[in-house]
Design a binder for this molecule. Structure first.
Ligand SMILES: Cc1cc2nc3c(=O)[nH]c(=O)nc-3n(C[C@H](O)[C@H](O)[C@H](O)COP(=O)(O)OP(=O)(O)OC[C@H]3O[C@@H](n4cnc5c(N)ncnc54)[C@H](O)[C@@H]3O)c2cc1C
Length: 467
């Protein structure tokens, strides 16, 4: 097996923390970041508990620590390791080696912040209490809800997180899963056959990742001269492949140019890993008139599901995702609307304050807000949420507003990607200095940014509250 060879073909040397901070300060970004997070610290007091030490939780801890003169911050998180998840796609395509995407959690938690290594099992938001698995009840004055999302591996029959790779069915939304995907992808590209790539019908993190792994398989086959032996089909549960108007046309063109078929409104039910068959359902959407309790007639959407089965030689699938169970069980989720069934936390989409509990901030994937679940989004959410929390602690109204910014670099081939950046209105939000290029199309500059810059930016910049 060709082990992570592509990495050495395309990689420059890694960037150390020192080098990164030097580059930041040379670019004037260090000062900007410190200025933005506020040198003027607040004397507001109160015990802050942060649930989750992922991208959102650690960014919030770092920012709050800088904003408060006497911070009292506790993070609750059970994990020993902190993963840079955007790197999973690059492991699965042989660009990164598996040990390049994580650090010890103890090295990520800011100094002076207390770490309770435990899982939260419930929150009593009326009494300001958090229930943990091993450490009993922990009180708070202010809560930051940042436990990410829950991947429901049991939502696809016939395969589990542990058996990923069995029957050549893979998923890159897991570290081991990404490692196995790279092994499977090389085998597939060498042997040929039919590749099926799917997403899922719930909201999920990084909507671009299933597309990236599909397009990277296609390019790998071209590089190896075996493309003619492969048939590639992409199935999405959405009604369109991608719905940010600025970026969609080129993405559709790329699928056409590369001869990858697109089927919409399809979801995966299960996988028969022995027979290499994927069981799917066509989602048929219709509308019908119904009367509500007051006898008022309204049009409601009706969905029916038509089962079908497809043979595959290589499968990439996504399990459905929801908010962690304890969020819904604690009464923190939306109770009506599109975001309610999956339990996303009821959040004000601008201030990131919980809709009902004004001493709770919601940041990251768990937030029930209409934007993409990405760490790029968190980079813009954390400064807003941290400043608003300090305002609340000072007895003021939260004034900072988040515009829904999210970014998803859709890797289209080894060496290029479309840097999709947009806001709540699905309007493109191109970052300086990338507006020198036509960012509605794939660009090499985005690839270099993703492969060499975004990881140090994450570990040294974002997790330190600097960017
Ligand atoms: C394959 C893949 C590719 C991606 N690509 C990109 C990309 O290119 N660009 C991009 O911006 N984003 C990308 N993302 C998305 C990005 O990684 C997530 O949006 C981001 O990590 C979410 O941060 P978070 O803090 O909300 O959750 P996480 O980073 O997942 O952290 C959640 C933390 O909460 C902890 N936790 C969970 N449950 C509990 C509990 N009950 N009690 C206490 N702690 C708990 C966990 O241990 C974890 O440390 C990708 C993700 C994947 C999987």
């Amino acid at each position: 097996m060709e082990d992570f060879k592509i990495a050495s073909e395309v990689k420059l040397t890694g960037i150390s923390r020192r080098k990164f901070l030097k580059m930041m300060s040379a670019a004037g970004l260090g000062t900007m970041a410190f200025g933005a997070s506020g040198c003027s610290s607040s004397s507001a007091s109160g015990k802050i508990v942060i649930i989750g030490g992922g991208a959102a939780g650690i960014s919030m801890a770092a920012r709050l620590k800088r904003l408060l003169s006497n911070p009292n911050i506790t993070i609750i998180d059970p994990s020993d390791l902190h993963y840079y998840q955007p790197g999973f796609t690059l492991i699965a395509s042989g660009v990164y080696s598996p040990d390049e995407v994580y650090k010890k959690q103890s090295d990520c938690i800011p100094s002076g912040v207390k770490w309770v290594k435990d899982s939260v099992v419930g929150v009593d938001p009326d009494k300001n209490k958090v229930m943990t698995l091993k450490n009993g009840v922990i009180d708070y004055d202010f809560l930051v809800l940042a436990p990410g999302l829950q991947i429901n591996w049991d939502g696809v029959e016939g395969i589990t997180r542990e058996t990923l790779g069995q029957g050549d069915a893979y998923c890159i939304y897991d570290h081991q899963g990404a490692i196995r995907t790279w092994q499977g992808m090389q085998k597939f590209v060498e042997k040929g056959g039919r590749g099926i790539y799917t997403d899922t019908y719930t909201k999920h993190k990084c909507g671009g990742a299933p597309k990236k792994i599909c397009l990277l398989s296609e390019h790998l086959a071209r590089k190896k001269g075996t493309r003619k032996n492969l048939k590639l089909d992409f199935f999405t549960a959405s009604k369109v492949l991608y719905d940010v108007p600025y970026f969609t046309p080129r993405l559709l063109e790329i699928y056409k140019e590369r001869d990858v078929s697109i089927s919409t409104r399809v979801r995966v039910k299960g996988v028969d890993t022995f027979a290499k068959k994927v069981h799917m359902e066509k989602i048929v959407v219709s509308s019908e008139k119904q009367k509500d309790a007051n006898g008022v007639e309204k049009v409601v959407e009706k969905r029916t599901y038509e089962p079908f089965v497809e043979d595959y030689d290589f499968l990439h699938f996504l399990p459905p995702m929801t908010a962690p169970d304890f969020v819904k069980q604690s009464g923190l989720s939306w109770t009506e609307g599109k975001l309610a069934p999956e339990g996303w936390a009821a959040t004000n989409k601008e201030t990131l304050v919980h809709n009902k509990y004004k001493n709770i901030m919601v940041v990251g994937d768990v937030a029930g807000i209409p934007t993409s679940k990405t760490s790029a989004a968190i980079r813009k959410q954390a400064p807003v949420a941290a400043k608003n929390l300090v305002s609340i602690m000072e007895g003021k109204e939260p004034a900072e507003k988040y515009n829904g910014y999210a970014a998803c670099p859709i890797v289209t081939e080894y060496g290029k990607l479309i840097m999709c950046e947009f806001d709540y209105d699905k309007k493109e939000q191109i970052s300086f200095p990338l507006n020198f290029w036509d960012m509605s199309k794939e660009q090499a500059v985005g690839w270099y940014l993703k492969v060499y810059m975004l990881k140090p930016l994450y570990f040294y910049g974002m997790l330190n509250g600097l960017v």
